[in-house]
Design a protein around this ligand. Structure first.
Ligand code: URP
Ligand code: ZN
Ligand code: ZN
Length: 464
């Protein structure tokens, strides 16, 4: 089965040119001008952009907050409709279990037969035992070269102290395993939460008050110092504020291998969303919290200048009516996390490229190429090159619409971006050469996604 995409404007992280792409046996076989080849299908992409399928390195298809559990892989076709062909999902270690056994069980019970996009994994530490630290250097053998530790969420089973983070950093470095941290000062948040609730300040907007920017900046700085003491690189996930971004930027400028990402919602939403009446604000409770405009602008500048490396979704599908409502009387009990898997490209294009905040090449870098490199998936994923997987988006820049939960496939009862303007869309999406989105609609099959093992030393590799 072969497909020839003719006359599209191909965008990569470094290039832009009009050309033809030949797809055969799930791979890109040839790229050129007026390719003189035969193919089973020919698509005329004149006037359309051709970009690599996105790599979203931060999704939670399995996450619990108290009694609430997110919608799972049955919603993974949302990735494809949004132009993302590969996700790197967080797999939670089971307490008393090895990471490998936790991953095997997860795949068997929750992923197999359901995943619709390709996927790789990060481990999430729940049980920082000696056995876990001994296992860390072996994780690349099972294609999982990264783990996340939560500095936040005091009292939750996944909270880790500094000793755990330091030991994980020490264990990771020789093997090229990336240590990722959720950087927030859990103790300060706990104190502020209790003080606010004692004063009757229980509405969703107080979520942000209990987690001010310095809570994030302090933990980010501490994590970087821990990494320096362990002489290991570090990656800070979901950076939301100017102060935390500057800590990472300044450490990097001094030669410390410290890196970070931000997420789509921090680029376009803000604390006003948390103040929406009738408990609507709960939809936007995620951690770290949404910030004000000054921070949004700092984040746009940071991604443009390369101080933050990529833009993820932090997709975490708690439903509003079933799960968020658990915090109706107290924001502390609102499950943290929001859906966004389908909207990353729409946000980056509409509010980044169209507003001249980033170039088309920068979009591809943030959306696909760098996350593929960080997670050891490049060049199989994240670019348009001969030999790469034929994960391709045919993007119509003329399309205009509005983001709505009515057209979201993520399986919950709201969209974080409801009613926001969208310019351009993924008109056709190929996953390893198979047309899986046509005319913006999912046309693939349940279970078509494949595991793509990640290679270690991704942080060093993305520097090149
Ligand atoms: O609020 C968030 N971000 N929920 C998902 C879990 C996490 O902290 O990444
Ligand atoms: Zn987190
Ligand atoms: Zn997350």
């Amino acid at each position: 089965m072969s497909t020839l995409i003719r006359n599209g404007t191909v965008i990569t992280a470094v290039d832009e040119y009009v050309g033809d792409i030949l797809i055969e046996d799930e791979k890109i076989r040839a790229i050129g001008k007026n390719l003189d080849v035969k193919a089973d299908n020919i698509i005329d992409a004149k006037g359309k952009y051709i970009m690599p399928g996105g790599v979203d390195q931060h999704t939670h298809f399995d996450f619990s907050f108290g009694d609430a559990t997110v919608f799972g892989w049955e919603g993974s076709n949302a990735a494809l409709v949004g132009g993302t062909t590969t996700v790197v999902d967080f797999v939670n270690q089971k307490i008393g279990w090895s990471m490998k056994d936790s991953v095997d069980e997860y795949v068997e019970t929750k992923v197999n037969g359901k995943a619709m996009c390709d996927y790789s994994f990060h481990g999430v530490v729940y049980d920082p035992s000696d056995a876990l630290f001994e296992e860390i250097p072996k994780l690349p053998e099972i294609g999982i070269p990264s783990i996340k530790l939560f500095m936040a969420y005091k009292g939750h089973p996944y909270h880790c102290d500094d000793a755990a983070i330091f030991k994980a950093l020490q264990a990771s470095k020789e093997a090229g395993v990336t240590i990722m941290v959720h950087a927030e000062n859990a103790d300060v948040i706990d104190v502020l939460q209790k003080q606010l609730v004692a004063k009757g300040k229980t509405e969703p907007k107080y979520h942000a008050v209990s987690r001010p920017p310095l809570v994030e900046a302090e933990a980010t700085q501490r994590a970087i110092y821990l990494a320096m003491m362990a002489d290991a690189p570090i990656f800070v996930v979901h950076v939301t504020c100017k102060e935390a971004m500057e800590v990472i930027r300044d450490a990097y400028i001094k030669g410390v291998p410290a890196y970070g990402e931000t997420c789509s919602h921090y680029l376009v939403l803000d604390t006003d969303n948390l103040s929406k009446p009738n408990f609507e604000g709960a939809k936007y409770v995620c951690s770290p919290a949404l910030r004000g405009e000054e921070h949004r602008e700092a984040l746009w500048e940071a991604i443009k200048k390369g101080w933050l490396k990529c833009v993820s979704s932090d997709h975490c599908s708690f439903s509003w009516k079933e799960h968020k409502v658990l915090g109706r009387d107290n924001f502390i009990n609102i499950p943290n996390g929001a859906p966004g898997l389908q909207d990353r490209l729409a946000i980056l294009w509409t509010y980044g490229v169209e507003k001249d905040k980033i170039s088309r090449q920068k979009l591809v870098e943030l959306f696909a190429t760098v996350p593929a490199k960080i997670n050891g998936l490049f060049p199989q994923k994240g670019t348009i090159a001969v030999g790469s997987d034929a994960d391709i988006v045919i993007f119509d820049p003329e399309w205009k619409g509005v983001i709505s939960n009515k057209t979201s496939l993520h399986g919950v009862d709201y969209s974080s971006y409801e009613g926001m303007e969208q310019i351009g869309r993924a008109e056709k999406v190929f996953l390893r050469g198979n047309l899986t989105v046509d005319d913006g609609k999912f046309t693939g099959e349940l279970g078509q996604g494949q595991f793509i093992p990640g290679k270690p030393f991704g942080l060093a590799y993305q520097e090149r």
